[in-house]
Design a protein around this ligand. Sequence first.
Ligand SMILES: Nc1ncnc2c1ncn2[C@@H]1O[C@H](COP(=O)(O)OP(=O)(O)OP(=O)(O)O)[C@@H](O)[C@H]1O
Ligand SMILES: [Mg+2]
Length: 353
Amino acid sequence: MKFFEKNLLAIDIGSSSIKLVEMSGKDEKKLHALGIEILPRGAIEAGLIRDPEAVFKAMKKLLDRLGYKPNKRRVAISISGVSTLIKRVVMTVEEGADPDEAIYEEAKQQFHHNLEDMYFRFQEVPSAFLEEGQKAYILVAAKIEVVEQYVDLMHRLGLKIGITDCDVFCLTNMFDYNYPVADALTIAVNVGASATQVVFMYNGEFLFAREFFLGGNEMSQKIADTLRVDFDNAEALKISASMGDQAIAERVRPAMHELNEQIAVEINTTLTFFQSEEMNGRFEKVDHVFLCGGAAGTLDLSTAISTILKAPVQVINPFQRIDLTPSGVDMDYVLSQGSLFGIGVGLGIREMV
Ligand SMILES: Nc1ncnc2c1ncn2[C@@H]1O[C@H](COP(=O)(O)OP(=O)(O)OP(=O)(O)O)[C@@H](O)[C@H]1O
Ligand SMILES: [Mg+2]
C-alpha cells in the first residue's frame, strides 16, 4: 500500500500536442484531470524532439494550467516514431538454456540494426499460438539518444519518470481495457497528426504492429494545396467538416478522398503482410477495426477503411470504461474529442496491469 503516493500523470507527447491524463484506482479507473497543449509545428517530428525549448514551454504551461506542482511527481511517458523498434517473435528454447543471447541475436536480425546505440528490452509473453517447446517474446529497442531527450525534458520540469512505454502497447492496453473482445482478430489503429500506428490483437494478445508516417497533417496540407488556403485554415475546415458541417464537407471532400484511401491502403497492406508473413495464413479475415487518435473521426476515413478492408470499423471512446464522475472535466469535450486521449489513457492504465 502506497499511503502518500500521488496519482501517476500519463503524458503523451505527440507531434501536434501534449496530452495529460490523471487517473486513480486499480481495477476500476477514475478520471481526475485531462489537459492538452498545442505544440508549434515542427517542434517534434517522427518522435524526435527538434525544438526542446518549445516543448519545455508547452509542458510547463500545461502543468501550470492544471495546477500541478512538479515536485518530483511521477509521470509515465510514451515513445514512438522512427527510433523505436518493436517485434513479437516466437522461438524454440531448449529446456534449461539461457535464451538471452539467442534473443539478442534474433533482435539484431529482426531490426536490421546492431543495437549498440539503443536500449534493448525483451519480455516473455503468454500466447495462444505456441507449439510444444516454443516461447513468445516481445522485443523492444529504442534509440538511447531519443529516450534521453524525453528523460531530460521531464527532469528539467522537476518530474520523475515512473514508466516509459511505447505508443503501440498503450494502444493495446487501452483497447483491451475498454473493449475486450473474445475470439476475434482486432486491428487497433491510432491516427495521429504525423503518424498512424496499426496494432493486431487476438483476445487481447499483442501480435504485430507497424507505424507509417501519414496522418492528420497530410490531410490538412492536401486541403491547403487544393483550396489554396493556409495550413491553419485548412486544419479548421477539416475539423469543421469532420464534426458535421455539411457545406464545408462538400468543399473539402474531394481533397480528402485520396488521403483517406492512401491510409486505408496502408492498413490493408499491413493486414496482408500480417496474415501471410506473420501468421502463415492463420487468419482469413479481420473481425473488428477500432480507430482512435485525434484524426480518427476524419470525414469519410472510417468508410474508406471499411470499404478497403471489408470489415466493420468503429471510432472508439478511450474513456468507455473509465469512471468520469465527478472529475470536473467537461463531458461534452470528452465525448467529442476523447479519441485524442487514446494513448494517454493506455499509458495511465499501465500501472494496474
Ligand atoms: N475533430 C477532429 N476531426 C478530424 N481531425 C481532427 C479532429 N481533432 C483533431 N484532429 C486532427 O488530429 C491530429 C492530432 O491527433 P493526435 O493528437 O492524436 O496527434 P499527435 O499525437 O499530436 O501526433 P503524432 O502521434 O502523429 O505524433 C491533427 O492532425 C488534427 O488536425
Ligand atoms: Mg500521438
